[in-house]
Design a protein around this ligand. Structure first.
Ligand code: ADP
Ligand code: MG
Length: 242
């Protein structure tokens, strides 16, 4: 089994609210999975469990050889292997773009300033912001800030990237520039999980779409499945949206 990410029968409840009810899926190296579904269906929780930002009640999650929910998991190494980007970019406002990006490589990986700066330069080029290294976050658009957040994640050289609705706070033009960066990462062979409401983008970029409904993987398949939903729930979701 050479899956980079593998969930098996994952159950998770918040108090009396069962949020994940036996979620299983596996992502081979270099593949992109898009998770779609109504608000409240458990998408973010599933993603957060992959990076152990949430505990689980039963089941297993393996990521890059880490048994994520085993008591002896090495969280530091897990977090180096997994990059996660959220809707809110959470850049430090008092630090330049370059300082935001070099912080973790220096603090967590122990890189020298020169090495960390070289990585920042490379990842900023990857997201099309090579000229913004010395800018402060407030001088950038929302789309640019989100691209910096992606560059910051890439600077840790993760094995897999998780994106949770990273364009939801952006207007359509800025959404496009962020999606292009994600698409280039996909073309470069990055293993990724995208939680997204951008259906056309998901259908085009993802190798596999997972439709989550009520805490379960309700339907899964290639992008074409969005043209031919098999369940009334997915049909309804695609016609009515969120
Ligand atoms: P989605 O990302 O698909 O919108 P979430 O995973 O965020 O769904 O939420 C699934 C369910 O879990 C929702 O009912 C939500 O209210 C609940 N939930 C999420 N996070 C928490 C939390 N930290 N505490 C309690 N309930 C939560
Ligand atoms: Mg969510």
């Amino acid at each position: 089994m050479n899956a980079v990410v593998e969930l098996q029968d994952v159950h998770k409840r918040f108090g009396s609210n069962p949020v994940l009810k036996g979620v299983s899926f596996a992502i081979p190296k270099g593949q992109v999975v898009a998770i779609i579904g109504q608000s409240g269906s458990g998408k973010s929780t599933a993603l957060r469990c992959i990076d152990r930002l949430e505990t689980i009640d039963s089941g297993t999650i393996q990521v890059c050889g880490h048994a994520v929910h085993a008591p002896d998991v090495d969280l530091r190494r897990l977090r180096q292997d997994v990059g996660i980007v959220f809707q809110s970019y959470n850049l430090f406002p008092h630090l330049t773009v370059e300082q935001n990006i070099t912080l973790a490589p220096k603090a967590v990986k122990g890189l020298s300033s020169a090495d960390a700066r070289a990585i920042a330069e490379r990842t900023l080029r990857q997201v099309g912001l090579a000229d913004k290294a010395q800018a402060y976050p407030e001088q950038l658009s929302g789309g640019q800030q989100q691209r910096v957040a992606i560059a910051r994640s890439l600077a840790m050289e993760p094995q897999v990237m998780l994106f949770d609705e990273v364009t939801s706070a952006l207007d359509p033009q800025l959404t496009g520039e962020v999606l292009r960066v994600i698409e280039q990462l996909a073309e470069g062979g990055m293993t990724m999980v995208l939680v997204t409401h951008e259906m056309e983008f998901a259908a085009r970029v993802a190798d596999t779409i997972i439709y989550m409904h009520a805490g379960k993987v309700w339907e899964t398949g290639p992008g074409a499945m969005l043209k031919n939903p098999q369940t009334p729930e997915l049909r309804d979701f695609l016609s009515h949206g969120l």
